[in-house]
Design a protein around this ligand. Structure first.
Ligand SMILES: [Zn+2]
Ligand SMILES: [Zn+2]
Ligand SMILES: [Zn+2]
Length: 762
């Protein structure tokens, strides 16, 4: 009995070898029909015997190509047409756009084999790729994903490549970026002024320059990297001083997983993450005496490590390097460079040489960053390799555009039950970063094929994103979402949960509903609303933003809140105030409440404790003090510091003055910094547990959701997971989107979508 079935596949099904795969499966099972790319996925019609169709469908589910991901499959019977062959038909440009563009993928093992095979025609060709690997998102202009719509359009295929491209049994069948030395892109080396090098082998010359200690800009997948030899203190220092990046850790790329294991401790889950086709930078615990420069991550006990993911990078490592610094090529707070000319201008004076090529990068996409917590990968920056794969939500929502907060921004579009997040845009401190926000919004319009008339943004009236929302044309409604509520909803969406939860949002700072700088919040929240059930006791930030750069100011305030007028004695004994003249200044501005905004931020509390511990009185980037506290505490046994919960009109207030008192006593009697830093971490986990237990008593809620930038601190996150699980809570943490502000746009979008759906006033 002959039947015809129409299958509609949605998900990551284009540009991943899905059609050739379907073709091969159909031929294998003796089925006729066709496969076609649509704007809303892939349509397959198969005609043949019932058992063959069953076997086909089962094999398709089991044997999917490595990067493909089917999120939905709808099948229906259709009238038999008497087809005798199976074929691949032209893409159809019509239909509603619901297409999943694929993220870029690391060079696959088959291609690597060919890359280093002297008899292969692509031997040492830096742009080798196939349907299972290579650039995708970063070379796309519009959908659907065909060569005419990509930056490969200017490289007509040579006869041999064309043959592969048209042969359904070939690994490069319809591999859109397919290329070879005869027809594809090529490398060139430019000096700092943009002059072309005469060298017959630009790659070898670039490697020579790296060996000599030069800073070389390398064109990658989603942008340029600045690279230096990671073993050379002098070279790393040179890069730091030119980039005005004094201490912030730099990512390194290492030859292979073996070498990663030599310089860092690595568990099974971390190894899998490191070797995944997404190839994120993985935060790993550094081994003592690792043969890389101390200048790479001063003060840290971790290294951000990734493996080569482009053929060019593999070729560079094949020339004898073990570890290279690979940091995004940009100036502070500017987006990553993608164009050759752009790089020459913006990196002038930073890079000594530029190893470029003539395949355009069309989408800026920084490296992603990840860590593992309790064997589970957690993304800290979601970009290359992951974007634009959508987050699958538990239920459908109306279309929403969310613009994110101000720092670590991403843009999110909600469409049906999918949330599409943009590449990492970053801090919106420069005009270039603001242009990038616009670029990313346009990209998301293109990818989703929709232009939502409802826009979600932060509550902060002064944020660039808030102003952008108000300045957009054709906007029907603007929906504001409080920063920490957005964090919690983001984590709920990340875990596919809905309904009321206990939200624990521990963060830097975000604009609170009362106008203060929130950041240590205990919320009862659902997607639509929240109540603030408790928070860290407010403390003033003397000097406002100056206190963020100079944690000693917060240390002084904590002493003042704890010891009253005696604070000066303790500050002198601890030697935390840099100059004598600051004593009256701190008194004056906190007493008269001048330029001393109140905050409940845990991030700032970390800063204050770091100063009291003598770890750091000034920082060169946000989060530095907390990172060094974590590094100091890591692996050190300790007793938790005491804390206090006060019940007031504003709910339960978590008061750490007892912790300050104990810490100061212990420090003055010679307790080691490491154990005090550990004692602080333990105290926080205990305190959060007790706060959560109180909320559970009052409400009966048992799900607790952890979000906010402070949960990038692995020690804190693990401690909280342990305490809360021990108390019987169902605990949810981030996995697919970052706990930091990179996940805010998702929370904004889902909260706004839920409010629209529920018919609540906006
Ligand atoms: Zn490949
Ligand atoms: Zn070719
Ligand atoms: Zn935040």
């Amino acid at each position: 009995m002959i039947k015809r079935v129409r299958c509609h596949f949605s998900g990551v099904v284009q540009g991943v070898g899905f059609r050739p795969f379907i073709y091969r499966m159909a031929v294998l099972h003796d089925l006729a029909g066709f496969v076609q790319n649509r704007r809303d996925g892939v349509v397959v019609e198969i005609e043949g015997s019932d058992p063959s169709i069953e076997a086909f469908l089962s094999d398709v589910r089991k044997l999917l190509p490595p990067i493909a991901d089917v999120t939905r499959l709808v099948t229906e019977e259709s009238p038999v047409r008497g087809d005798v062959e199976f074929h691949i038909t032209e893409s159809e440009a019509e239909g509603t756009a619901d297409l999943h563009i694929t993220p870029d993928a690391a060079t696959c093992n088959d291609c690597l084999g060919e890359l280093f095979d002297p008899t292969d025609r692509r031997h040492r060709y830096p742009f080798i790729n196939c349907t299972n690997c290579g650039p995708r998102l970063t070379i796309i202009k519009t959908v659907p994903y065909d060569r005419v719509n990509r930056s490969m359009a200017c490289f007509p295929l040579c006869p041999e490549c064309l043959k592969e491209y048209n042969d359904p049994m070939d690994r490069r069948f319809h591999a859109e970026p397919n290329a070879c030395p005869a027809c594809g892109p090529r490398l060139s080396l430019l000096d700092g002024e943009g002059r072309l090098s005469e060298s017959p082998d630009p790659l070898e010359s670039a490697c020579d320059k790296l060996r000599e200690g030069a800073v070389v800009a390398l064109k990658g997948l989603g942008g340029f990297h600045l690279s230096v030899d990671a073993g050379s203190d002098a070279a790393v220092k040179r890069l730091r001083s030119r980039k005005y990046r004094e201490e912030k850790p730099l990512a390194i790329m290492v030859k292979d997983a073996d070498f990663a294991g030599r310089i860092a401790e690595m568990k099974e889950a971390e190894m899998r993450l490191l070797e995944s086709f997404q190839r994120p930078i993985v935060i790993l615990k550094k081994k003592e005496g690792a043969p890389v420069s101390e200048e790479i991550a001063p003060g840290m006990d971790t290294l951000g490590i990734m493996l080569p993911y482009t053929p060019l990078q593999h070729l560079i490592f094949d020339r004898g390097f073990t570890a290279l610094v690979m940091t995004s090529a940009n100036q502070k707070d500017e987006p990553i460079c993608i164009g050759n000319r752009e790089a020459l201008v913006r990196l002038h004076g930073i890079a000594d040489f530029f190893l470029v090529h003539n395949r355009d990068i069309l989408v800026r996409c920084d490296d992603s960053i990840a860590m593992t917590v309790a064997e589970t990968p957690v993304l800290l920056r979601r970009s290359r390799g992951y974007v634009p794969k959508p987050i699958v939500l538990r239920e459908p929502y109306p279309e929403i555009l969310a613009l994110g907060p101000h720092m670590k921004t991403t843009v999110c579009i909600l469409k049906k039950n999918l949330a599409f997040l943009s590449p990492h845009v970053g801090d919106l401190e420069t005009p270039q970063a603001r242009d990038f926000l616009e670029e990313s919004t346009d990209l998301m319009y293109k990818i989703t094929g929709c232009r939502p008339s409802r826009v979600a943004c932060d509550l902060h009236p002064g944020y660039h994103t808030t102003k952008t929302a108000h300045g957009m044309e054709g906007v029907e409604s603007i929906i504001t979402v409080q920063h920490h509520h957005a964090h919690i909803v983001s984590c709920m969406a990340d875990n596919g949960i809905t309904g009321r939860v206990i939200g624990i949002s521990m963060d830097g700072t975000g604009y609170g509903s009362d106008g203060h700088a929130w950041g240590g919040e205990f919320l009862i929240a659902d997607e639509c609303n929240f109540t603030r059930q408790g928070h860290l006791s407010y403390f003033p930030l003397p000097g406002g933003t100056a206190a963020i750069r100079e944690p000693w100011r917060i240390g002084a305030v904590l002493l003042k809140e704890t010891f009253g007028d005696q604070w000066r004695d303790y500050a002198r004994k601890l030697r935390i105030i840099p100059e004598e003249r600051y004593y009256p200044l701190i008194d004056a501005i906190t007493h008269r409440e001048i330029n001393s905004p109140l905050t409940s931020s845990l991030g700032r509390l970390f800063d204050g404790f770091a100063s009291l511990l003598g770890i750091r009185g000034e920082v060169s980037f946000e989060g530095q003090a907390a990172m060094e506290m974590e590094a100091a505490a890591s692996g050190c046994p300790a007793e938790p510091l005491p804390f206090l919960i006060r019940t007031g009109e504003e709910g339960d207030l978590l008061d750490f003055t007892p912790a300050v008192r104990r810490l100061v006593e212990l420090r003055l009697t010679g307790s080691p910094t490491k154990s005090l830093a550990a004692a602080f971490h333990l105290c926080l986990a205990k305190a959060f547990r007790e706060m959560a237990e109180r909320i559970r008593m009052a409400t009966g809620l048992n799900r607790s959701v952890l979000s906010g930038g402070c949960f990038q601190n692995r020690l804190l996150l693990e401690g909280c997971l342990e305490e809360l699980r021990d108390a019987g809570f169902d605990v949810f943490m981030h996995r697919q989107v970052p706990p930091n502000d990179g996940g805010i746009s998702l929370g904004q979008a889902v909260s706004a979508g839920a409010r629209v759906k529920a018919g609540l006033p906006l």
